[in-house]
Design a binder for this molecule. Structure first.
Ligand SMILES: C[S@@+](CC[C@H](N)C(=O)[O-])C[C@H]1O[C@@H](n2cnc3c(N)ncnc32)[C@H](O)[C@@H]1O
Length: 206
């Protein structure tokens, strides 16, 4: 792991204890509905990359078998506590999303919510997600993305100048564009809130 990645792990470790309480208002207003959208589409063996505090765990259907990874040990401890609270079995691993410790074609579904905005290499993370997905498997994403409303998008570019070096947080990415360039079939997309949030349901080519 590079020095800058180690610094980001430290950053997320320090966020873990207060993350849910700080985001509670945004969670209710903007995030929870996308979590329902994404998790409701998950099927079979499901890998959640960068699971954070486990905020999605309450939304998966009972039949889904969830494995979660995150590179922050403190986030994984929070996800474990959340799993206990919501009575959900989950297997957790510490791992880098751009170098997953699973063989190719392991999972029926891969989920990422609000984490492609902060992984150091979005494209490498998507390629790795597709590698561990079985052919025809579901890739389900939700994130804040570059807005379709240009004044907001201009503001996001300005915020990136500070948030990328300080927190590794990107406001102007658009994973669906990267997926299209990778030749992935997009089944469904929805953009909300001036296009600043986007949900994506993609399938790995057979
Ligand atoms: C903004 S939080 C989102 C957490 C969760 N996905 C959610 O929907 O609430 C971002 C998470 O991504 C994790 N993360 C960032 N880059 C990562 C990487 N390369 N590998 C694994 N986890 C990563 C952080 O540790 C943090 O837990």
């Amino acid at each position: 792991m590079t020095r800058s990645s180690r610094a980001l792990v430290g950053y997320w470790d320090r966020q873990a204890a207060t993350y849910d309480s700080r985001l509670a208002a945004a969670e209710r207003r903007y995030l929870a509905d996308s979590r329902r959208w994404v998790c409701g589409r998950a099927r079979g063996t499901t890998l959640e990359i960068a699971i954070g505090t486990g905020a999605n765990l309450r939304y998966y259907p009972d039949a889904v078998d969830v494995t979660g990874i995150d590179w922050s040990p403190a986030m994984l401890r929070a996800a474990h506590r959340q799993a206990t609270q919501v009575h959900r079995a989950v297997t957790l691993h510490q791992a880098d999303a751009s170098a997953l410790p699973f063989p190719a074609a392991t999972f029926d579904t891969v989920v990422s919510t609000f984490s492609l905005c902060c992984v150091p290499d979005e494209r490498a993370t998507l390629i790795e997600a597709l590698r561990v997905l079985r052919p025809g498997g579901h890739l389900l994403l939700a994130d804040h993305v570059a807005a379709s409303f240009w004044p907001l998008r201009a503001l996001q570019h300005a915020v990136d100048l500070v948030s990328v070096p300080l927190q590794g947080e990107h406001y102007t990415r658009r994973p669906v564009t990267t997926l299209r360039r990778l030749g992935v079939t997009i089944e469904e997309t929805e953009r909300l809130t001036m296009g600043a949030f986007e949900r994506v349901h993609a399938r790995k080519p057979r």
